[in-house]
Design a protein around this ligand. Sequence first.
Ligand code: AMP
Ligand code: ZN
Length: 460
Amino acid sequence: MTEIRLHNTRTRKKEVFAPIDPDNVRMYVCGPTVYDRAHLGNARPVVVFDVLYRLLRHVYGPEHVTYVRNFTDVDDKINARATESGRPIAEITAETTQWFLDDMAALGALEPDEMPRATQYIPQMVAMIEKLIADGHAYEAEGHVLFAVDSYKDYGALSGRTVDDMIAGARVEVAPYKRNPMDFVLWKPSTDDLPGWDSPWGRGRPGWHIECSAMSYELLGASFDIHGGGNDLMFPHHENEIAQSCCAHPEGGFANVWLHNEMLQVEGKKMSKSLGNFFTVHDLLEQGVPGEVIRFVFLSTHYRKPMDWTEKKRQEAEATLRKWRSMTDGLYGGDVSAGVLSALADDLNTPGAVAELHRLAAVGDRITLKASAALLGLLTGELGGWEIDQGPEIDEQSKKLIIDRLLKRREARISKDFALADAIRDELEGVGVKVLDTADQNIAWEYSDDFDPAKLEALK
Ligand code: AMP
Ligand code: ZN
């Protein structure tokens, strides 16, 4: 079996991944708050953890992996959106949830096995909070319930900070009813105009963090394998999830491996509304950028590095995928290349895997290219947005002749026999095959309108 190694935020090391139960490998990823279209940054964790999901399914078998990603459908940002727009909350969250699913499907992301919504798990959250109070980890104050961080000695261990550091560095909401300024809200009171549920502490609603603890416990148990999200969630969200879950369920260890993706930037700058470089996945799809192109650009940067979205990368990705799609059109079967698999198994080295795809394309191993790309969720056929000009109907024999010639040309270029390389190019151009040069010695061509397979075959 392929050995997978993952960088664990908790230990700050790359570790061999050993699932608790190889028959049911369990992963939880924090999902979106549903009040608006997903921006491009929100799509990064979706694509990163989709690749991990595909890898786990490949290694352990599709029926032996459970992937849970939640929808946060109770949140003050949602309430604010409802007030501004005069629309009911349920309508906003239902619409936004569907937008998210549509946009992520266009990026080739598989749907997780479970997609729980916070509002469906209120009783479980209340039960967990009651247990935390009973065990001395939480207290009620002025209609709020707060988690007492002093009751959990490992608070801050994930991000490697002490409580004092956190108080100094964080924007802590100081409230007179908090025993320690770092104590965070598990439950808060709701006024009549806000969503609320009856509870032992009056009508109210949950704080943000408790939902992931309650839903992961319900769906994956007190111990599971992988927990993921963007690195902006490490503190406070993930610290708080750990504190809640480990204190309410000391019999379990919560998540063994923590994975965090770095943030997305646009043309070297943080994506923000004020800089005018803010856009949604839907905006790009509407502009005709195929979802697969977005996915490819994401995969070309390792998930633990900041990822820069640029127009240049978009264009290059589109050109590459066009080439690969026309090379692999109509091919089925084949095996995932060992190089792609070992790159992915090495802490999701997607740029390494993409480099291997380029190599497969360059040597003309089209069938392995297609099979390996599928493990990355690429060249899979049904991705949205492509209007590929496949050119004239090309038979396999022609493609093979062209690839053979281009491989010879590539060899010639590598050994600096430019006269031969140019001669091969001119010959191909004479029969309507336009040779494209790529920086990485990849093989690429386009059919001109006057492409003539008979003339191609007649070439010696
Ligand atoms: P939110 O809806 O803000 O809670 O974010 C949903 C997910 O998107 C979380 O996993 C965030 O870490 C992630 N996310 C938000 N902004 C970015 C960004 N610029 N780059 C990468 N991931 C992001
Ligand atoms: Zn979460």
